[in-house]
Design a protein around this ligand. Structure first.
Ligand code: PLP
Length: 449
């Protein structure tokens, strides 16, 4: 065990004194000083090691300090640390080619960004220019990033404090079988009614005003909502019918999270624009991008694209991306994720749902799952209210604390615990982590007893 209390105090003091943190009331937080990490674990300066069941912000797909990624960045830094985006660069081109190679036919070009929000920002910009229509539809219960248009697209409380931002965004309800906004009794009915609702939204907002619909292929932070069969193909058909471009936000679910290069490949659909970030290089160096259909890309063959970033396709980030492809192929990461999801996570979560009265629903795919906690299995009243904070969130805070005490860093959001470990987690650690969550759920059971 690693202990360095002096370093702990110094890191804490510098952080508290000078680092202004995301999404936080600065005086009410206590960020954990982290000393190091390896694979699926990281540790602090006080002798505590945590299994990372959140993959940091669901970006650390290949785990901490993967030797191939570290080496690729070191080698690239020794060769050419940076070059501006209007020049051609070997690793930038190689990564774009690799991405296009695993994408459907007819998607050959990639515009690189610094992360997910600016990927969505630029995908929307492309859709608006190509269609000549400004409005964008997005889902309630979604997150698309924190730049101006991306936060407006977002369908969760993080948007509220930023309004109004981009006036030409409208929201609609997506499928959510466990809490069906359409009072559907089956997944088939959920699909049919969700598509009917979307078509009505398009008609009432005016198809002639709508340039794009943006969707997370599997809704991430807002609930691991896996689309029921037929929903995404139905969205595609509505887009085609009304001359709207389909943007798939794959920032959280792309690059292996559900056992596919791109999650939409599991749902029988091809979007016009695909945004990605996080898993493309596990966030070792910031990177995101837009994968562009030939039809959209060709619009800009002779018309200038009005967008750019100093660090678009940064060589250090792209080198880590190229290494990611090598590791995924060599180590069979996609197959591994599907196998672990089906063989280990699915049955164990199903058993937890049986055993714990507080578990209302479990759902997911690959290494991306949600455990939804309720006060009452019949009424499905959430364990804590939507957007709960402070004392209202106490039962969830207690579940998270029980996980941390037992050595697991959980991802919790509102009334859910998500299961999103690095894709390289060992089978033993995966089982150990699920067992920790299982025991922590006793705390939720006690809260409703
Ligand atoms: N889209 C989705 C689905 C996300 O989960 C996120 C981040 O969590 C983003 C976009 C924004 O990405 P970034 O934080 O890299 O800007």
């Amino acid at each position: 065990t690693f202990i360095d209390l002096e370093a702990d105090a110094r890191v804490r003091a510098d952080d508290r004194g000078h680092v202004f943190h995301s999404w936080s009331a600065q005086a009410l937080i206590d960020p954990l000083p982290v000393a190091g990490g390896e694979g699926a674990s990281f540790w602090d300066y006080r002798g505590n090691t945590y299994l990372d069941f959140s993959s940091q912000l669901v970006n650390l797909n290949l785990g901490h300090q993967h030797p191939d990624l570290v080496r690729a960045i070191q080698e690239q830094a020794g060769r050419l640390a940076t070059i501006q985006p209007s020049m051609a660069n070997d690793v930038r081109g190689q990564l774009a080619r690799e991405i296009a190679a695993v994408a459907p036919d007819g998607m050959e070009k990639v515009f690189f960004t610094n992360g997910g929000a600016d990927a969505n920002e630029n995908a929307v910009r492309m859709a608006r220019i190509v269609t000549g229509k400004r409005k964008v539809l997005s889902m309630y219960r979604s997150y698309h990033g924190n730049t101006s248009t991306a936060i407006t697209l977002t369908g969760d409380p993080r948007r509220w404090a930023n309004e109004p931002a981009d006036g030409s965004v409208a929201h609609f309800f997506g499928p959510y079988p466990y809490r069906s906004p359409f009072h559907a009794a089956s997944p088939e009915q959920e699909t049919a009614r969700a598509l009917e609702h979307l078509e009505q939204t398009i008609i009432l907002e005016g198809a002639s005003t709508i340039g794009a619909i943006i969707l997370e292929t599997v809704v991430g932070t807002n609930g691991v909502l896996v689309p029921p069969p037929g929903y995404l193909p139905g969205v595609r058909a509505l887009c085609d019918k009304y001359g709207i471009l389909y943007i798939a936000d794959e920032v959280m679910v792309g690059f292996g999270r559900i056992g596919e290069w791109f999650a939409f490949q599991a749902f029988d659909v091809v979007p016009d624009l695909v945004t990605f970030a996080k898993g493309v290089n596990s966030g070792y160096v910031p990177l995101g991008g837009v994968l562009i259909s030939d039809a959209v890309a060709s619009h800009f063959d002779t018309v200038s694209f009005p967008g750019g970033l100093t660090y678009s396709g940064h060589p250090l980030a792209c080198a880590a991306g190229v290494a990611t492809f090598e590791v995924f192929r060599r180590d069979g990461i996609l197959e591994r994720v599907r196998d672990l999801g089906d063989r280990i996570v699915a049955p164990r979560l199903a058993a937890m749902a049986q055993r714990h009265p507080s578990v209302g629903d479990v759902r997911g795919r690959g290494l991306f799952w949600a455990i939804e906690l309720v006060k009452d299995a019949e009424t499905r009243e959430p364990l804590v209210p939507f957007n709960a904070a402070g004392a209202d969130a106490a039962p969830m805070t207690a579940v998270a604390a029980a996980c941390k005490k037992a050595g697991l860093w959980p991802f919790t959001h509102f009334n859910r615990v998500h299961v999103a470990p690095p894709l390289v987690i060992s089978e033993d650690d995966l089982i150990r982590g699920l067992d920790i969550i299982d025991r922590a759920l006793d705390v939720a059971d006690e809260a409703i007893a």
